[in-house]
Each structure stands twice: as C-alpha cells, then as structure tokens.
Design a protein around this ligand. Structure first.
Ligand code: GRG
Length: 275
C-alpha cells in the first residue's frame, strides 16, 4: 500500500498545533507577557517529530492518530520547555532558535524561565485532564525528570569535568534525547490500547530512534557539541552506528507489519539525512 509520509507529518503538525492552540491560554489572558512567551516558544516552526511518532505509534496499533492527541501535545510542550530552558544564559546561552531570537532575548530571562515552567506544568494538565491519558502522567514525569531528561541535561552541562567515553556519551543521549522519543512511541501505543510485548517493541523503537537521531544531529553539527558521539568515534564509525540504530528501530517495529509505516518512514528518513 502507498503511504505519504510527508503528508502524515504535516497533518500531524497541524493536528497537534490546532489542539495546542485551543488548550493554551490566549495571549489576552493576564499575565499577557507569560502567555505570549509560552505561545512564542511553542509556535515557532518546530518539526513536531515527537507528536508524529506518537501518532505513528497509534497508527501502528491500528488506531486513529487522534487517539494519541493528549500525549502528542504533552510531549511537544515538554520539548518546547526544554528548549527554552536550554537556551537560557545559565545553560547554553543561545540568542537564536529556529531562526528567531530565543525566548529570553525576546521576553527577558525571568519571563522565559517562567514560561518554560508553565509549559512543563501544562503538559501534565493535558494528560491529567483526559481520563484515557491520565495513567501516562507518571510516565511523562519519569521521562522528563531527574533520571532522564533533566539528569541528561545536568551531565551534559558538566561534560568537561571527566573523560569522554562511549558509555558516558550514550548515557547522556539516552536521557537528553531518547527519553522523549521513547515516551512518544509508548504513549501513542498505550492510548491506542496496546499492552505487553507490543509496548515493549515501541519502547525499543523509541530508544533506538532517539539514539540514531542524536547521532545524526552530532554528525550535522560536526562535533561542535561537547557531548558529541564524535568525541568517541570517527565520522565514518558514527555513520555506521546511526545506520545500525535505524536497523534496530525498524526491527523493533516490524511486529506491526505495514501498519508501522509512519515509524518505519521516520526512521528511514534519518538514514537519508546522514551527511
Ligand atoms: C533544559 C531540562 C532541559 C533539557 C534540555 C532539549 C535539550 C535538553 C537540549 C537542547 C539541545 C539538544 C542537542 C537536545 C537534544 C535533542 C534535540 C536534538 C533537540 C532538537 O529536536 P528537534 O530537531 O527540534 O526535534 P525542533 O526545533 O524541530 O522542535
């Protein structure tokens, strides 16, 4: 059967954007500057990959993408918050994101910090206000918490204080990057009614995809990031590793057969992006 991945991805972005637009406070609600900063961070041209994977996992399970909406919105909110905080002067100190001034440059540091806090909090409101999605609150809290996303960020920031090893790099990538992809795949499958082995396969897909994604990102950056896979392997080795991880992701979602076409497509697209 023919499938149009580009259309699925652009439909996914529209679907999650519409949902987020309805659920985030309007800019006219006070404090206006906070709500404007939150919307500025969310609606700024992100690729919406995590929602696409969430929807793709629902499709793999034979459900409509709409089944996964609360989780797709929640994971994008956590992603948006993490980027706002990552750009702050006390972290990466970036002035530009997605071709625009970063949130703290545009709204001031305190407002950007608080907008990030509010986006993170809103993610849990999205899950908790849907009976079907409420059981995912603990899972997202774990993925975003000290053992995963935040822990990975802490070790990334403290990177210079140790010897770079393969194990250390992968440990940061698993937490900083793969955790939200794992949640996306698992949550999409869970909301589509999956359990047991099938969920484990989605978890495996998210883990392998997340590691491959970060490896390709490191190759794109040519090792500019401190915690880059290029600290511990050559570009050719990194390209081979990315391809192996994509193969692992494809194998993990093969139990869903043709219904896994979105997951298969996004994973194969990573190999196509290899510099
Ligand atoms: C502040 C808790 C906290 C965590 C920050 C997101 C992050 C962790 C750091 C940003 C830098 C980085 C290299 C993160 C790894 C994940 C990654 C490559 C994010 C970019 O994801 P895309 O390409 O971004 O999906 P868009 O802009 O398309 O949404």
């Amino acid at each position: 059967m023919d499938h149009d991945l580009d259309k699925f991805i652009s439909d996914s972005a529209q679907r999650v954007d519409h949902y987020l637009d309805k659920s985030l406070a309007p800019v006219v609600d006070p404090p206006e500057i906070l709500h404007e900063a939150m919307r500025y961070a969310v609606f700024s041209g992100g690729k919406r990959l995590r929602p696409a994977i969430c929807f793709g996992a629902a499709v793999a399970a034979g459900a409509s993408p709409d089944a996964a909406l609360p989780a797709a919105a929640a994971v994008e909110l956590v992603h948006a918050y993490s980027l706002v905080h990552d750009d702050l002067p006390c972290m990466d100190d970036d002035d530009e994101r997605r071709g625009r001034p970063t949130a703290h440059v545009r709204f001031g540091e305190a407002n950007a910090l608080l907008a990030g806090d509010a986006l993170l909090t809103e993610a849990f409101a999205q899950l908790g206000s849907s009976d079907r999605a409420a059981p995912l609150v603990a899972q997202l809290a774990r993925a975003a918490g000290s053992r995963e996303l935040i822990g990975g960020q802490v070790d990334d920031l403290g990177w210079a204080s140790g010897t770079p090893t393969f194990h250390r790099v992968v440990s940061v990538h698993l937490r900083k990057t793969a955790a939200l992809f794992r949640f996306s795949a698992l949550a999409g499958g869970t909301l589509a009614g999956l359990a047991g082995t099938e969920l484990e396969s989605l978890d495996h897909f998210g883990r392998a995809y997340g590691l491959a994604f970060q490896t390709v990102d490191d190759l794109d950056d040519q090792g500019a990031e401190e915690c880059s896979i290029l600290q511990v392997m050559t570009p050719n080795e990194a390209r081979a590793r990315a391809s192996e991880l994509v193969e692992e992701a494809l194998e993990a979602c093969s139990i869903f057969g043709d219904q896994a076409w979105v997951l298969t497509g996004v994973a194969e697209a990573l190999v196509g992006r290899l510099p």
